[in-house]
Design a protein around this ligand. Sequence first.
Ligand SMILES: [Zn+2]
Length: 97
Amino acid sequence: MPVRVLDHDTYESAGQPGDVCVTTHHGSDAVAGYLMRCPGCGQESYLPLDPSPGARWTVTAGDPRTGTGLTLSPSVWHRVPSCGWHGWVRDGRWVPC
Ligand SMILES: [Zn+2]
């Protein structure tokens, strides 16, 4: 499943499971993280990117603005009993474990 990076309006109105939306730091263009819809169940979560406060994920390859070639570390795990999706963002795609 591709990681589609949508603008905020499109994400809010028409986002599908696996879609993300870039968030930036106030007063800055730097990518702070992604609002994301779980590729498994579509529930929204947030991925804070290094070096944001509390960040857990690092961009190890690709373009964080467009999603082209995007690779994140570590894996993403939706740790709720109703879903449990676990996988990686690799080369612009969601790849289940
Ligand atoms: Zn889920």
